[in-house]
Ligand binder design. Structure first.
Ligand code: SR1
Ligand code: MG
Length: 410
């Protein structure tokens, strides 16, 4: 890619268009292009540049110096380099499951990549009660390949440490340490608690020292367990879906952390979709059908992850001590338990903390929203406190069923 600017500036639509027209060898010279900013995430600017006549298009994603959600978050624009490198590596490890990167500009901190306009953001599609039959299998493949193949049980230990250097991501890790592991578990001024659940939160979450202690342990686990290269923010807004295809986007939070974190995030956001469906589908049969599909999908994601993980272990793990009898099971069990804990923290933080999810905030009926929020918090708390008992897909799906029917003791 040719250099565009000597110094960084945040692009507007016309700049992104000029960048695409003059600095990329993607469109024919003289092509009539249009550009729109389509980003709806918390952090970055996303431009789609399209040639009207041919329909050829691409995406330019630029990191701004502060987060879009709030300029309280001053975040290094180097996160775009991290995202680009993560996408390139994930593309190699899990072909077909991430967009193709066309280029990266180190001055403007922007990444040029494949446009996935024919896909939908999974969160919005789930909020319209769509089903995606390939999803569980695809995401399990993505998780196993990106997590196992970047870990010390597969990589040469020095190569892994070299790789780790590229993914030191202090600013975005700090966001997770604060927003996921710290603020939701005390009465932090930055929290956004829906007033009708305030007393429940105060009693069940902030008033529970046992829960706080476990979240402290999990925070240090997140910071100190450099097991695998994580996506780091694998919610349903970071996943594009079609009936027959899945693409994972947005790995700017990538760093070496505990492998269960990504799996737990996927589970948590399927739980939000479940809570949304429970609250908003009026017809009982339709509701039962869709929530059962989500429960089945939660279970399948976990079970397919475990199955594919064991298969990939047999092929890729060469480290002699990892081949001792019983070690593979110990390793996998601890990832699944960590996933339960991560799902729990994510469920609590999206209800209590600053960065919330539309699945819940869009519920207009107050009683239904209160019920949805309490369900997520109750499930989240159980995932954290009882993480050691979560092993199979049915353990995960079973908790959601139990909490929904009021059988979890809250
Ligand atoms: C300040 S960023 C808030 C949240 O948005 C991102 O997608 C991450 O989930 C982060 O926690
Ligand atoms: Mg993101």
């Amino acid at each position: 890619m040719k250099a565009f600017a000597q110094t960084y500036f945040t692009m507007k639509e016309r700049d992104a268009l000029e960048f695409a027209a003059t600095r990329l060898d993607y469109f024919d010279s003289g092509a009539k292009l249009d550009c729109s900013e389509i980003g709806d995430g918390n952090l970055n600017y996303v431009f789609r540049v399209r040639e009207e006549t041919t329909g050829k298009s691409l995406i330019i994603k630029q990191a701004g110096p502060v987060a879009r959600i709030s300029d309280e978050f001053v975040v290094s624009t180097d996160r775009n380099r991290i995202e680009t490198e993560a996408l390139r590596l994930q593309h190699k490890l899990a072909p077909g499951l991430v967009p193709e990167v066309y280029g990266y500009d180190p001055v403007l901190n922007c990444c040029v990549m494949e446009d996935l306009s024919e896909y939908r953001i999974m969160r919005s599609a789930l909020m319209e009660y769509r089903k995606f039959p390939r999803f569980a299998d695809d995401i399990a493949t993505f998780l196993v390949r990106t997590l196992l193949l970047t870990s010390d049980v597969v990589l040469n230990h020095k190569e892994k440490k070299e790789l780790q250097k590229k993914f030191v991501n202090p600013d975005l890790c700090e966001i997770t340490e604060d927003l996921v592991y710290t603020e939701p578990f005390y009465d932090c001024p930055r929290n956004l608690v829906f007033p009708p659940v305030q007393s429940f939160v105060r009693e069940q979450i902030w008033g529970d020292n046992r829960l706080q202690l476990e979240t402290a342990k999990l925070k240090f686990e997140f910071m100190n367990h450099s097991q695998s290269l994580l996506h780091g923010d694998l919610h349903t807004g970071s996943i594009f879906v079609k009936e027959d295809s899945t693409k994972v986007i947005d790995p700017e939070f990538a760093f070496f952390g505990p492998a269960g974190y990504d799996l737990g995030n996927v589970v948590a956001h399927l739980c939000f979709a479940h809570a949304h469906a429970e609250a908003t589908i009026k017809d009982a049969a339709r509701k039962a059908d869709y929530t059962s599909w989500l429960e089945q999908t939660i279970g399948d994601v976990v079970d397919l992850f475990s199955m594919k993980f064991r298969d990939a272990w047999a092929v890729h793990v060469k480290e002699p001590v990892a081949l001792y009898n019983g070690f593979a099971e110990h390793y996998l069990d601890s990832i699944v338990q960590a996933a339960a804990a991560a799902a729990g923290c994510e469920l609590c933080r999206r209800i209590i903390g600053l960065a919330q999810v539309k699945d819940i905030t869009s519920i207009t009926d107050t009683d239904q929203r209160v019920r949805a929020e309490k369900t997520c918090l109750a499930a989240g708390k159980t995932f954290i406190l009882e993480r050691a008992r979560f092993r199979s897909g049915s353990d995960f799906a079973g908790l959601i069923r139990l909490v929904r029917t009021g059988g979890a003791g809250f």
